[in-house]
Design a protein around this ligand. Structure first.
Ligand code: IPM
Ligand code: MG
Length: 356
C-alpha cells in the first residue's frame, strides 16, 4: 500500500477547523482507495508565536522538507505586525522550498454559486498559473530615512529568465494536459511595467515548442474585465506573482466565493504545499460556521499531486454533485456547519466508492 508522509499546519483562526474537515475527507479517501497518509501536525501560527515567540523553527522546517506534501489551513492574525507570520510561514515555504508554481483552479460547480448573469459551469473553468517565488514578493525592499518626513520606500519587482520560463512552460504543459481550449493566456502589464517585457519575449519563445497550443495575451487590467465579462475565454492563464494574487481573489468570487477556492504551491516532483486561498477569518473562528469546501478541495489537489488521482478526482466529483443536487446550498458563513459539510462529503465519498 502506498504511504505518504504529510505535514499538517492548521494555523490561525478558522484554519484548524477547516483543516480538520479536510483531513477527515482525505483520510476517508485513503481508506476507500487503499493508501495511507502519515500525518505530522505542527502547531505553528500566530497563537503559537504569541505563546512561545517561535514562528517556524529550523528543525521543524528541516522535517517538513522531507515530507511528500504539506497541508496548511490559514495564517494571519490582526494582533501581530502586518506580514510577520505570513512571511515567516507561508512565504518561507514558498521561497525556501522553491514552490515556484501557485496553481489556482477557478471552476464553477453550479450556476447558483456564480454572481455573473447567464454564466454557468461551462463558462467558468480555468486555471491560473501564478509565478510564486519572484516579482514583487521577492523581498527586495527597503526604507531610507525611516520615520522621517523624507522617508523613501522602495520595492523591486524581480523577474529572472529562469523563473519566468519555468512558470510559462508549466502553463503550456498544463494546457496540453487539460486538453480543453488548448489556450494559454499571458497576463501582464508590460506596457507600463517595462521589466515585464521579459515575460513577453519568453512567452513567445516557449510558445514555439507548443504548436498545438493557442496563445492569447491580456494586460492585467483588461484581464480583470474579461474575467467578469467573458470568463469562458480563459483556459490556462499564466501571470506574475502579484497579479496572480489579485486576479485569483477575483476568480474566487466568480466561482462562488473564498469558501470554495483552493490552491497548490508546487515544485513538480518535490514536496509541495496545499492550502485554501481564504484567510484565517478570526471573527468566525471556533464557531463551526466557516465553510470547509475550499479546504477540502485543497485536500483533493494534494491527493492528485501525490498521484492518487482517482481519490482526488472522486472528492471533487462529490463536491460538485452536492452542489448540483442542492444538498450543499452554498459556502457562505453559517450556511452549513463546518463539520456538517465535512461529514456530508465523507459519507458521500464512501457511498460513491461502494456503488462504483
Ligand atoms: C495568497 C495570500 C498571500 C499572498 C498572503 C497571505 C501573503 O493572499 O496566498 O493569495 O499574497 O500570496
Ligand atoms: Mg491572495
Amino acid at each position: 500500500m502506498a504511504e505518504y508522509d504529510i505535514a499538517v499546519i492548521g494555523g490561525d483562526g478558522i484554519g484548524p477547523e477547516v483543516t480538520a474537515q479536510a483531513m477527515k475527507v482525505v483520510d476517508a479517501a485513503a481508506e476507500v482507495y487503499g493508501f495511507k497518509l502519515n500525518k505530522t501536525e505542527y502547531p505553528f501560527g500566530s497563537e503559537h508565536y504569541l505563546k512561545t515567540n517561535e514562528i517556524f523553527p529550523d528543525s521543524a522546517f528541516e522535517e517538513v522538507k522531507d515530507k511528500r506534501a504539506i497541508y496548511l489551513g490559514a495564517i494571519g492574525d490582526p494582533r501581530l505586525p502586518v506580514g510577520l507570520i505570513e512571511y515567516g510561514i507561508i512565504a518561507r515555504m514558498r521561497f525556501d522550498l522553491d514552490l515556484y508554481i501557485n496553481l489556482r483552479p477557478i471552476q464553477l460547480y453550479d450556476e447558483r454559486l456564480c454572481p455573473l448573469k447567464d454564466k454557468g459551469p461551462e463558462d467558468v473553468d480555468m486555471i491560473i498559473v501564478r509565478e510564486n517565488t519572484e516579482g514583487a514578493y521577492a523581498g527586495m525592499h527597503g526604507f531610507a530615512h525611516k520615520g522621517q518626513d523624507l522617508e523613501v520606500a522602495t520595492q523591486t519587482m524581480v523577474y529572472t529568465r529562469h523563473g519566468v520560463e519555468r512558470a510559462i512552460r508549466y502553463a503550456f504543459d498544463l494546457a496540453r494536459e487539460r486538453n480543453k481550449r488548448k489556450t494559454v493566456t499571458l497576463i501582464d502589464k508590460a506596457n507600463a511595467v517595462r521589466a515585464q517585457d521579459l515575460w513577453t519575449r519568453v512567452f513567445a519563445i516557449v510558445a514555439k515548442d507548443y504548436p498545438d497550443i493557442k496563445t492569447e495575451h491580456a494586460y492585467i487590467d483588461a484581464a480583470c474585465m474579461w474575467m467578469i465579462k467573458n470568463p469562458e475565454w480563459f483556459d490556462v492563464a499564466v501571470t506574475t506573482n502579484l497579479f496572480g494574487d489579485i486576479i485569483t481573489d477575483l476568480g474566487a468570487m466568480v466561482q462562488g466565493g473564498m469558501g470554495i477556492a483552493a490552491s497548490g504551491n508546487i515544485h513538480p516532483g518535490k514536496v509541495s504545499l496545499f492550502e485554501p486561498i481564504h484567510g484565517s477569518a478570526p471573527k468566525h473562528a471556533g464557531r463551526n460556521v466557516a465553510s470547509p469546501v475550499a479546504a477540502i478541495l485543497a485536500g483533493s489537489m494534494m491527493l492528485n499531486y501525490l498521484g492518487e488521482k482517482t481519490a482526488g478526482n472522486a472528492i471533487e466529483q462529490v463536491v460538485r454533485g452536492l452542489f448540483k443536487t442542492q444538498r450543499l446550498k452554498g459556502v457562505g458563513t453559517g450556511v452549513h456547519g463546518t463539520s456538517e459539510v465535512g461529514e456530508m462529503v465523507t459519507s458521500e465519498l464512501r457511498a460513491a466508492a461502494t456503488s462504483a
